[in-house]
Design a protein around this ligand. Sequence first.
Ligand SMILES: Nc1ncnc2c1ncn2[C@@H]1O[C@H](COP(=O)(O)OP(=O)(O)O)[C@@H](O)[C@H]1O
Ligand SMILES: [Mg+2]
Length: 219
Amino acid sequence: MSAIVRFEKVSKRFGKIIALDEISFEVEEGEFVFLTGPSGAGKTTILNLLIGDIKASSGRVFFDGQEITKIKRKNIPYLRQKIGYVFQDFKVLHERTARENIEVALAVIGVAKRDWKKRVNEVLELVGLGDRSELFPQQLSGGEVQRVAIARALVVNPKILLADEPTGNLDWDTAQNIVDLLSNINNEGKTVMLATHHEGIVYRLKKRTIRLEKGAIAQ
Ligand SMILES: Nc1ncnc2c1ncn2[C@@H]1O[C@H](COP(=O)(O)OP(=O)(O)O)[C@@H](O)[C@H]1O
Ligand SMILES: [Mg+2]
């Protein structure tokens, strides 16, 4: 196995706030890793550094053999194609059906329309929404909307899936189902990083946990 993600003494400051303080860790290809720690610990900052959304103040970030901290702005869209990101607030389009929300991801990267149906149906099945594809987000439960967001992230076949507080607004049973889904996706070979402050979720699955505290890795 080789590391798909590597952080080398990465610091991130926002003005006087030190969000990350010389963080170093690796994630192996095919691994499932939890990023945990209380609110404000730096979890989202790590994910945002990985997608090139923000720049490190110092240190080096590598993804899939490429140094993200040196990547040119114009190449960030290519980086994003390799990364599926499930955002904290879902970011689904409310005026579009589940299927259309997922199609948007294919349109963005220029996949031919004739190939959409097969690929979208595959991910809909994978997340258990085969019979909900023509419904709008307001007709779906919170857990189902989260499944749409996961399907949308996966349809481009990214090398890694990043999920930021994917169980945030869900009740306990639904949250467990979402984590089980992400675990199944990992079992099929996808690397997964799941950021959560929700400790109960973490203990259920016996997976590696990187625990953050005030921007540093806790022992
Ligand atoms: N854009 C920003 N501007 C200023 N401070 C920020 C910004 N983003 C994050 N921070 C700060 O960095 C710290 C880590 O934030 P974050 O990574 O969002 O934590 P977590 O996701 O673990 O809750 C917090 O103190 C937060 O207020
Ligand atoms: Mg966060």
